[in-house]
Design a protein around this ligand. Structure first.
Ligand code: SAH
Ligand code: SF4
Ligand code: F3S
Length: 537
């Protein structure tokens, strides 16, 4: 059986898709490698959101193209949003690409690979000249077969591999999709075209997935949706004789056992959060991404406030602080509404961390618009903001409607100015935590090697390593080498602290532990262990 190399670009949706693809291929016998040179099948799960994301993938295609030209027998596949956006055009322009598979077709990937291997074409696929295959288009709005796609994809999510062996370090944190696609059509954005229409997964499937992840050792789940707070599942929809859809009421609903279904037979986002929290107590942290600043009701904030394991963290991109630009972006809210929302969040959840995204250099953005964005940043305690330079994307409304008229040099200046401003705001937000204790889910060792905390000569002394932790040097007189680890608080604040040695660090990864915050920077907290040897979980 051939060996696969799979590389992922883009957002958390893509990371999750890659995990599912990998599990699916492994279950039918494919092996995986992290070395492209050792693989015969090379798959790139791509992103189209900005031009830069696409060029990274194109450079990979170039490298594989050279290997093929040199005579290596390789299968090259492009998965994800670029496959969907470019369609068969890519096959024409990149003869080295053997297969394309859009995000709505990933369940069929094994068949596509098989197909390339046989250089045959299945009926119904779109053949390129020479047996290459493309399955794109089913999530895009070009296709009418959305419902079929939804069911097939649901199967892929449901078939997720729950491998307890992998549930040690990184795997203690997992993504769970709750909504596919997006219906917002912000004018700059390709996602509604590459991921298709908004479709919500049944709450029972989601809760069951969380339960199985917990059983495999997962401590933290992050629920994924492009506008995650729009989650809304209609139970038992029945089509009436005149073709209208209405919720099935009466005994039918009893089958959907849980209370948070309202009278109309709907599970809301608040109801879903409550169900996961209450029905899967083994999950220590429940997060969700990405929130849309509109349609975020108090019901969600109340559920968050009353349920301690739902993280007080919101990623809720503002995109701009200028009402004129927000309108051109088709975001559907004003700055005042955005601020009303963040105020409401902080009233319900005073400890909440708020993060966001900003686009600079959207067409026609003036200095005045930009100043308005700076004002917005100063009015919300953002722990961080991802700042992007506007990138015109083929297929979007903005590229057709507006000239990309803000010069690159201006975009760059605005980008740098906002990064500097955000660093100040981030520093103040992080400084607020100094002196408090936080629970940190430890993720990794950092590259930093803290200095040894005691002179090497004191071979028989107990050595203090700070924060009341002491250690006894080994028999050979060698002192343990302290190691720095990094993790995140419930509010998603990156926290670093030192531990006695590498073995202790390894033992801590994937656990939640208490840390006293004694320093901070624009992007992180520095702390020290409150206790060692006993972990919060
Ligand atoms: N659904 C999320 C965002 C998904 S895309 C939301 O609405 O908030 C992630 C981020 O990429 C966006 O928040 C936006 O800031 C940025 N982005 C999307 N399209 C872009 C483009 N054409 N140019 C620059 N940045 C873009
Ligand atoms: Fe793109 Fe807007 Fe949808 Fe976010 S909400 S994915 S920015 S269209
Ligand atoms: Fe990129 Fe597609 Fe995600 S365009 S950001 S990988 S949804």
């Amino acid at each position: 059986m051939k060996t696969v190399y799979l590389e992922t670009f883009g957002c958390q949706m893509n990371e999750l898709d890659s995990e599912l693809v990998r599990g699916h291929l492994e279950s039918i016998g494919y092996g995986f490698t992290t070395e492209p040179g050792d693989a015969q099948i090379l798959l790139f799960n791509t992103c189209s959101v900005r031009e830069h994301a696409e060029s990274k993938a194109y450079s990979r295609l170039g490298i594989v193209g050279k290997r093929k030209k040199a005579g290596e027998d390789l299968v090259l596949g492009v998965l994800g949003c670029m496959a969907e956006r470019d369609g068969v055009d890519m096959l024409r322009r990149y003869p080295q690409v053997d297969l394309l598979c859009g995000p709505g077709e990933l369940d069929k990937l094994p068949m596509l690979i098989d197909n390339v291997a046989k250089t045959a074409v299945l009926p119904g696929d779109q053949p390129a000249e020479d047996g290459r295959v493309a399955l794109a288009g089913n999530t895009s709005r070009r296709s009418a077969s959305l419902s079929a796609t939804k069911d097939d994809l649901e199967t892929l999510d449901l078939a997720r591999a729950f491998d307890p062996d992998r549930a040690t370090s990184a795997a203690r944190s997992a993504y769970v999709r709750i909504t596919r696609g997006c219906n917002k059509f912000c004018t700059y954005c390709v996602v509604p075209y590459t991921r298709g229409a908004e479709v919500h997964r049944p709450p029972d499937s989601i809760v069951e997935e969380c339960r199985r992840l917990a059983a495999a050792g997962v401590l933290e789940v992050t629920l994924l949706g492009q506008t995650v707070n729009h989650y809304r599942y209609h139970h038992g929809i029945a089509v009436t004789i005149d073709g209208r859809e209405s919720p099935q009421i009466g005994p039918g609903l009893k089958a959907f056992r849980n209370e948070p279904i309202d009278d109309a037979g709907i599970t809301t986002f608040a109801g879903l959060l409550a169900r996961i929290h209450d029905e899967v107590p083994e999950i220590a942290r429940i997060r969700f991404l990405t929130s849309y600043p509109r349609d975020f009701g108090d019901d969600v904030l109340e559920v968050m406030a009353s349920r301690p394991r739902i993280c007080r963290y919101l990623h809720v991109p503002a995109q701009s602080g200028s009402n004129r630009i927000l309108k051109l972006m088709n975001r559907g809210y004003t700055v005042e509404e955005y601020l009303e929302f963040t105020d409401r969040v902080l009233r319900h959840l005073p400890d909440a961390s708020i993060a966001g995204d900003i686009i600079v250099g959207f067409p026609t953005e003036t200095d005045e618009d930009f100043e308005a964005t700076k004002d917005l940043l100063q009015r919300v305690p953002f722990k961080n903001n991802f700042i992007f330079k506007y990138s015109p994307r083929p297929g979007t409304t903005a590229i057709d409607r507006f000239e990309d008229d803000v010069p690159e040099s201006v975009k760059k200046l605005r980008n740098n100015e906002l990064l500097a401003l955000q660093a100040e705001i981030g520093a103040a937000v992080h400084a607020d935590w100094v002196g408090r204790e936080v629970d940190v889910l430890v993720e990794r060792k950092t590259n930093r090697r803290p200095p040894n905390a005691a002179p090497r000569s004191s071979a028989d002394a107990r050595v203090s390593l700070g924060a009341g932790i002491t250690t006894t040097p080994r028999g050979d007189g060698a002192l343990p080498e302290p190691v720095q680890v990094a993790g995140r608080t419930q509010g998603d604040l990156i926290t670093v602290f030192d531990v006695v040695d590498a073995d202790t660090a390894d033992a801590m990864i994937g656990r939640i532990t208490r840390v006293k915050v004694d320093g901070s920077g624009p992007l992180l907290l520095q702390g020290s262990l409150v206790e060692t040897g006993s972990f919060a979980s």
